[in-house]
Each structure stands twice: as structure tokens, then as C-alpha cells.
Design a protein around this ligand. Structure first.
Ligand code: AP5
Length: 209
């Protein structure tokens, strides 16, 4: 199944994509994770992307389109994948249409009032796990023991810029994919497990077809 997870910053795309990937054995492709890995490794791409990410702005379309086109050619994508954070503009969606036939777009809808708290309370681990301080975690990752950290773009001022970018550039994709009859709305304001149940049902129904 070729799945897109749409949703505002902090909607829970990454959290849910990790779970879907584990349960259904689908590769989780997060453009945000790929860009952050490049920043950490100091690659040319990372240097180019950092100023955009730190300002809460989108990295230029051609850069992320190339990243995703390369990634989708890898063998593990032959039986499907989960796209998290891509596409984010109509130009990216049009580029994706040229290389893939998407089966469903899950729109994780969350009230804007929840978002700042979710993001500013997020703590990350180098192993890929992410947590929220409300989970009662300490300074280290419960899974691997490494020190947790906060993403540079998770400060409140940057979150507001990211939300504005979402409203103007990414939210129009809901109409774009609704016109193709692909959008399924999920209530992302519910607890993690309930959101995951809603998404699992969508995938199970698809697999029964
Ligand atoms: P990216 O990494 O994609 O960030 P984002 O879309 O802003 O999304 P987040 O990772 O902040 O949120 P999420 O929806 O994954 O939420 P999460 O599951 O972590 O992109 C970062 C930047 O990279 C962009 O700003 C841009 O600059 C650049 N970029 C990336 N892709 C690009 C593209 N295609 N084009 C151009 N530029 C691009 O959850 C958040 C928190 O909430 C966590 O603490 C979690 O524990 C908690 N939580 C999750 N679900 C629930 C729940 N149901 N109940 C309670 N708490 C919850």
C-alpha cells in the first residue's frame, strides 16, 4: 500500500508512521528525518536545508522532490511505503503523481490549540523514537538509554511559523487529494492508541479489497 500521512506540525504523523511501519512492514519515509540526518552529518544538502528548517520554512521543492524520487527507487519500496511530511506543496504532489500511484491519503486532523503544547513538549532520541514530556519520561530514552534532546525547530516562535506555512502551502493538498477521492480523515486529537486503531482500520479495509 502506498500511503501518505497528511497533517499539521505535531499532528502525530511521525508517531503513527513508526507504528504503521512496524505493524504492516512498510518503509517509513520522512523527509524531515532525512533532512535532519543530513544536517547532523554536515552534508551539502544538510547545510542547504538548515536555514530553511530553523526558520520554520519549507526546503525548496526541487530539493525534496529529488530526495523522494531517489528513495522511492530503492527495492524496499516495491511493495508500498508510508510518506510522512511529503508532499507538502501542490508542486510536490504533482511531481509525486509522475512517479507513483498513491492508494490513500490519511489526513490526521488536530485542533490548532493542541499543537504548540505537543511540539514544545516533544523530546527526541537519536534512535528515532520521539516522546512527549507528559509521558513522564526522564532525560534518557526508555528504549535505548541515549540522552533525549529537543529539535531546534520545536521552539514556540518557530512552531508558529511552521503552522502558518502549513495553512498556506500544505493544507491545500486536502482539496487536491479529495478531488482524487483519496482522503480519509482521522481524528488526531484522540489518544495515540485510538488514532492508531483508526489508521489500522483504514489499512485493514484496503488489504481486504
Ligand atoms: P517534519 O519533520 O516533517 O515536521 P512536521 O511536519 O512539522 O511534523 P512534526 O515532525 O513536527 O510532527 P508530527 O506530525 O510528525 O508529530 P509527532 O508524531 O512527532 O519537517 C520539519 C521541517 O523539515 C519542515 O518545517 C521543513 O522545513 C522541512 N521539510 C520536511 N519535509 C519537507 C518537504 N516535503 N518540503 C519542504 N520542506 C520539508 O508528534 C508530536 C508530539 O505530539 C510528540 O511529542 C508526540 O509524542 C505527541 N503526540 C503525537 N500524537 C499524539 C496524540 N494522539 N495524543 C497526544 N500526544 C501525541
Amino acid at each position: 500500500m502506498k500511503l501518505i500521512l497528511l497533517g499539521a506540525p505535531g499532528a502525530g504523523k511521525g508517531t503513527q508512521a513508526t507504528r504503521i511501519s512496524d505493524k504492516y512492514n512498510l518503509p517509513h519515509i520522512s523527509t524531515g528525518d532525512i533532512l535532519r540526518k543530513n544536517i547532523k552529518e554536515g552534508t551539502k544538502l544538510g547545510v542547504q536545508a538548515k536555514s530553511f528548517i530553523d526558520a520554520g520554512q519549507l526546503v525548496p521543492d526541487e530539493v525534496v522532490i529529488n530526495i523522494v524520487n531517489d528513495r522511492l527507487q530503492q527495492a524496499d519500496c516495491n511493495n508500498g511505503y508510508i510518506l510522512d511530511g511529503f508532499p507538502r506543496t501542490v508542486a510536490q504532489a504533482e511531481a509525486l503523481d509522475k512517479v507513483a500511484k498513491i492508494d490513500a491519503v490519511i489526513n490526521i486532523a488536530v485542533d490548532a490549540s493542541l499543537i504548540v503544547n505537543r511540539i514544545t513538549g516533544r523530546r527526541m532520541c537519536a534512535c528515532g523514537e520521539s516522546y512527549h514530556i507528559s509521558m513522564g519520561i526522564g532525560d534518557t530514552c526508555p528504549k535505548c538509554g541515549a540522552k533525549l534532546y529537543q529539535r531546534d525547530d520545536d521552539k514556540e516562535e518557530t512552531v508558529k511559523a511552521r503552522m502558518q506555512v502549513y495553512d498556506t502551502q500544505t493544507a491545500p493538498l486536502i482539496d487536491y487529494y479529495t478531488a482524487k477521492n483519496l482522503v480519509i480523515d482521522v481524528d488526531g486529537g484522540k489518544p495515540l492508541n485510538e488514532v492508531f486503531e483508526q489508521i489500522s482500520k483504514v489499512i485493514d479495509d484496503y488489504n481486504k479489497k
